[in-house]
Write a protein that binds this ligand. Structure first.
Ligand code: FES
Length: 341
């Protein structure tokens, strides 16, 4: 099966003056589109650039609802992909995507949640918020920062969720025109009451950096802090990758569970896990192939691996057994891995 899937656009909604949301449905292989709240789709963006163009957008829909997959795209100044989406994409268009992926997703419902979003960083927050409300009895506080009222994406949907879920959901809007740009001091006093929660954070870099600095200062344990940073992809994930699987050198074995199926395959120690699985015909997810996006994240349940490069998993993720298939090579003769945890 080809790595590249297709979705058809079924609805385009102008959410704010500079943001639209796009509902999509699989054109084929619907079984490849199972996803978890907080994950993203990677889209091929048409271009004549020799290196191609691709961009990942978080899903704002939730798999716990009977609703189509949906992404929201906010124009950025000079942003090729975001402007292409907002100017060009219409209902009925077919777009090329990679299967949903990413590790920015609640792994348990052991405590209440603090969601911190800014601008279009609301998209995975909306997905996570719906999933937590639907799948647990936990409380959720969303703090959502925007420049002004006109730039609040999904304002009505958030109000509807708050009305429906009563005290389980609190939505706090932070508007810079009224309250100023968040500072260390204002953020410390705002976030301090939530230090025992699990935090999920997505937004522009200065916002994420502020949250990442302040949350430990108010006492939140580092393994409760989860960040989603999107960087531009330098490789074209849609390009054919031509990787030589080296069967002449030392070899390990890997038992892999993916999409409910378990297989054992040989794993040459010089090849990364992603290449080995794809060479064996398995549809292991990926996007950047360079250790920067977490699309290929999976759990090591037995044995040990090492990562050539890692920009996304922190030490707590690694301690939980998470790894990046595109960067992992084996250190032990046998490794057991699961994508389905
Ligand atoms: S595919 Fe992006 S980190 Fe592996």
């Amino acid at each position: 099966m080809s790595d590249v899937l297709k979705v058809r656009v079924t609805e385009v909604t102008q959410e704010t003056p500079d943001a639209k949301s796009f509902a999509v449905e699989p054109v084929d292989h619907p079984e490849m589109f199972g996803y978890r709240a907080g994950q993203f789709l990677t889209f091929r963006i048409p271009t004549d650039w020799p290196e191609g163009a691709a961009r990942s957008y978080s899903l704002c829909s939730s798999p716990t609802r009977d609703e189509p997959m949906r992404v929201a795209v906010k124009r950025t100044l000079g942003g090729y992909a975001s402007n292409w989406f907002c100017d060009t994409v219409r209902v009925g268009d077919e777009l090329e995507v990679l299967r949903p992926a990413g590790a920015f997703t609640p792994r348990n419902f052991d405590g209440d949640f603090l969601l911190l979003g800014a601008g279009s960083g609301i998209t995975p927050m909306l997905s996570i918020l719906k999933a937590v409300l639907d799948q647990s009895d936990r409380h959720v506080t969303l703090i959502y920062a925007n420049r002004d009222e006109r730039s609040v994406i999904f304002a009505q949907q958030l109000k509807n969720e708050a009305d429906k879920h009563g005290e389980r959901l609190t939505v706090v809007h932070w508007l810079e025109v009224l309250q100023g740009v968040p500072t260390d001091a204002t953020w410390r006093s705002l976030l301090a009451p939530y230090a025992d929660r699990q935090a999920f954070i997505c937004g522009p870099a200065p916002f994420m950096n502020l949250c990442e600095k302040v949350l430990p200062e108010v006492g939140m344990p580092s393994d409760h802090i989860h960040l989603e940073r999107f960087t531009s992809l330098t490789n074209d994930p849609f390009a054919e990758s031509s990787v030589e699987i080296d069967t002449s050198g030392p070899m390990s074995k890997v038992e892999v569970t993916l999409d409910g199926e378990t297989r054992t395959v040989d794993w040459p120690r010089s090849n990364n896990l992603l290449d080995v699985l794809r060479d064996a015909g398995m549809d292991a997810p990926y996007s950047c192939r360079e250790g920067a996006c977490s699309a290929c994240a999976c759990f090591v349940l037995e044995g040990e691996v090492e990562l050539a490069h890692n920009e996304v998993l922190d030490k707590d993720d690694l301690a939980d057994g998470l790894t990046l298939a595109c960067q992992a090579t084996p250190l032990t003769d046998f490794v057991k891995v699961s994508y389905d945890e």
